[in-house]
Design a protein around this ligand. Structure first.
Ligand SMILES: CCCCC/C=C\C/C=C\C/C=C\C/C=C\CCCC(=O)SCCNC(=O)CCNC(=O)[C@H](O)C(C)(C)COP(=O)(O)OP(=O)(O)OC[C@H]1O[C@@H](n2cnc3c(N)ncnc32)[C@H](O)[C@@H]1OP(=O)(O)O
Length: 172
């Protein structure tokens, strides 16, 4: 796998928020209607997240048959959604609201339907509102990643960012 991705020279390691879940504790969903993590989104991925040490998060979901791309294997867009959600949730360790500005994925192996797909994610650093993250995906029983990803998230003001879609929101 190769990538042209590089981190900026002025990157700094941010501080994990003191109110972030303890290592080993579950990370909460950020929005119950979210396709990735939402408990009120029955057709979604139903991802779950465990806070790790430092600026890390472990995530997973089961690769249901409806996520099929080619015969018997996951759709690449579903895999990238999993990365997006897992790395975005990792940014919640900073207690910031973020959206994805850039996401890139290297697909190394096909992922068979019925697998449990696991993600190891970390925050690599931050510059101003920018939070850089990277992650690997694994399937059960393998130590070699089936895919890797890197992403840039940008901190937002929630009221401002969702000002034109408030009709979909009833609790913030
Ligand atoms: C729809 C789902 C929403 C989910 C999030 C909801 C709530 C958030 C709450 C908690 C978050 C927790 C967990 C998140 C979990 C899951 C993750 C799912 C997230 C998504 O799935 S979210 C949907 C897809 N996402 C978008 O819908 C974004 C559309 N977009 C924009 O809304 C703007 O584009 C924005 C806000 C990104 C920036 O706009 P802006 O005006 O605020 O700021 P600006 O442009 O100045 O950029 C500031 C600095 O970022 C650099 N920069 C920007 N873009 C770059 C790029 N592509 N490449 C390299 N650098 C980039 C600039 O160069 C500058 O850098 P510098 O500081 O060095 O000048």
């Amino acid at each position: 796998m190769s990538s042209t991705w590089s981190l900026p020279a002025d990157i700094e390691i941010p501080v994990r928020h003191p109110m972030a879940p303890e290592p080993g504790a579950q990370m909460r969903e950020h929005w119950e209607k979210c396709f990735g993590c939402g408990s009120d989104q029955p057709t979604g991925l139903g991802m779950t997240f465990i806070a790790g040490e430092g600026l890390t998060v472990e995530a997973q979901f089961d690769v249901a048959h409806r996520y099929q791309g080619g015969p018997g294997v996951i759709h690449g867009g579903i895999l990238s959604t999993g990365f997006d959600e897992a790395m975005g949730t990792c940014c919640m360790l900073l207690a910031n609201s973020v959206v994805t500005a850039h996401l890139e994925v290297d697909y190394a192996r096909p992922i068979v339907l019925g697998s449990t797909l696991k993600f190891s994610c970390r925050i690599d650093g931050a510059v101003r509102r920018k939070v850089y993250s990277s992650a690997e995906a694994y399937v059960d029983g393998s130590n070699a990643p089936v895919a890797t990803a890197r992403a840039l998230f940008v901190q937002i003001d929630m009221d401002q960012h969702f000002k034109d879609t408030k009709q979909f929101i009833d609790h913030f």
